[in-house]
Design a protein around this ligand. Sequence first.
Ligand code: AMP
Length: 451
Amino acid sequence: MCEQSVTLGNIGSHIFFMTEKHIDTGRFDDLGIKKNFLEILKNKGFEKPTPIQHQVIPGALEGKDVVGIAQTGTGKTLAYGIPLIQNLATGNGGQGLILVPTRELAQQVADALSSIGKSLGLRIAVIIGGVSSRPQIKDLRNNPHIVIATPGRLDDLMEQRQYRLDKVSMLILDEADRMLDVGFLPQIRRIFKLAPVNRQTMLFSATMPPSISSLASAFMKMPLRIEIAPQGTSAENVEQEVFIISKPDKMRLLYSLLKTYKDDTVLIFSRTKHGAKRIARDINTVGHSATEIHSNRTQGQRKASLEGFSRGRFRIMVATDIAARGIDVKQISLVINFDLPDNSEDYVHRIGRTGRAGRSGKAISFVTPSEKMDIRKIEKLIRKTLPILDLPIIAREQSESFSADRSFSSRQSFGGQQRQRGGQGQGQNQGRRRNFSRERRYGRTQARGER
Ligand code: AMP
């Protein structure tokens, strides 16, 4: 194989802390990437490496194990994708195996890698649950260079002797914290144990709980640890705001915000799949175009929702945490946490859906008075105080037209007893920010209102 170029043929604890802000991420040319591959990146419009790419690519190209602490939206897919493709092409063959927590992320990673690897002859097999395994088995028999899989389905196919790990020369875990959250630890440990020992391993995670650190120390060889932002730090270009709201009033606040942000592409998070379904139904009823993505939907429906949302057919998508993982829709400008997530780490993942690839975004969270401790935990994790906004006042007529909203409370306007203001929306909200610790009295008022 030519030294200067990348082609894909047929294929049968030292820890460094690098926590810093990079002012200059240099050029792709300086990272050890082959000339023809540089050309591809240039043609795809990737001009400069992102900080995580700048730091991961050189070490990974040398074959080092890497632990990368990075959120989605930072360019981490290509941070491992570029070395993966180049090492597979210039090494002695072998296969890359990428493990991801969700089907959507698997597809997204496949799209990102095939966009830069297609012209090199890259073959990818996507192995995910929820769809027939027959075509996947066929793809596996076709000697793919890279297998991208959710651990559950891969494990099933290994059980059925349809897939063996003996060719794996590079093993990548993407969004490792989420994989553990959804209970894939046993499958991951099995894969780590069965994969050839002399492989290269890279692990990426937005957060680094002890369970991940122990996986890394058990199964990785002196990994280079690269942290591009302090752990748990939320995307810097995402403006974050909080409304304290009683549960029955959430729907009306949502209607109000969807009107205020009528030109935005909005991702709404619900804690449960039933909640997501109900929210999507109700906002569709009042005339918004919304779709939903959660585990009660078939893989085909999830795909159609995601495609419709990313192509702009739906302005709004309502999602649960698991289903939303891996969503890379660049135009998402507003994330609404209709419910707070079950754990603080998920807050970081959720707001990482906006403000992607250097754009700015906004995240608004609905917090009930009883969730005050949850918001404090989030603030501790992100090392930021979240500003609390005054509730917008909903006009009586507007509220009354929301007959579809069964949770409509007897109060005709919320916030009416608190801070009457002559308007609603973003403009008025600015300058009305308070911080959570000063908010106790307000919280109690709301709590009384709920009873
Ligand atoms: P990721 O964090 O891998 O999901 O990437 C987030 C987004 O950033 C994706 O839409 C990528 O196409 C984009 N991206 C990745 N690397 C670069 C780069 N060097 N320059 C500009 N955009 C990039």
